[in-house]
Design a protein around this ligand. Structure first.
Ligand code: GRF
Length: 199
């Protein structure tokens, strides 16, 4: 049974997709052992609670005056306590400390709402990704699941799925379509592959 830890910062719709996929068998041989949120207000915490999954908040703002590296140490400790086999960044907006990417090398994956290498890296997160895609005028966008390394959205790509950009799309409409048609499908698929020796 693959022990999965999920990190969230906001709505948690990708966490919900994982919870639902484990419940309906799309993800086999895996269980979510803990959710870590970088914000106490994240709705992802509610989703975890409703699913009976332990949720803890490790918020960077709570460690600002606690000295260099205090957040990094608290975040690593919260991960280690859960003894995960796989860490999933699902709408997680905080930079993962190098201590974590090194200790959990090749065991951290992230969902990014574009077809990497387009519209990724520093400053490309959430709606900003879709604003940039619409600004550039691409006709196809999508989502990417990739391994997390020390860089930003630079690790090996695991799965991608393309999504059409429609005339009249706003960033919000496009984000929703990318979530529904790509993110919520390929993130569970990637976890199932990893849990069953597919990667
Ligand atoms: C969304 O923009 C999603 O594309 C990205 O993070 C944001 C929030 O996702 N992965 P979630 O609803 O919190 O899973």
């Amino acid at each position: 049974m693959l022990r999965v830890l999920v990190c969230v910062s906001g709505g948690g719709t990708n966490l919900q997709a994982l919870i639902d996929s484990i419940a309906d068998g799309r993800i086999r041989n895996a269980c979510i052992v803990r959710v870590i949120s970088s914000s106490p207000e994240a709705y992802g915490i509610e989703r975890a609670n409703k699913a009976g999954i332990e949720a803890v908040t490790v918020a960077p703002r709570d460690y600002r005056d606690k000295g260099e590296g205090a957040f990094d140490r608290a975040f690593l400790a919260a991960i280690d306590e859960a003894a995960p086999d796989l860490i999933v960044l699902a709408g997680f907006l905080t930079r993962v400390p190098e201590t974590v990417t090194k200790k959990y090398a090749n065991r951290i994956i992230n969902i990014h709402p574009s077809l990497i290498p387009s519209f990724c890296g520093k400053g490309y997160y959430g709606l900003k990704v879709h604003e940039a895609a619409l600004q550039r005028g691409v006709k196809i966008t999508g989502a990417t699941v990739h391994f997390v390394d020390e860089g930003m959205d630079t690790g090996p790509i695991i799965l991608q799925k393309a999504v059409a950009v429609e005339p009249g799309d706003t960033p919000q409409i496009l984000q929703r379509r990318v979530m529904e048609q790509a993110e919520w499908e390929i993130l569970p698929k990637a976890v199932d592959l990893i849990a069953n020796g597919g990667i």
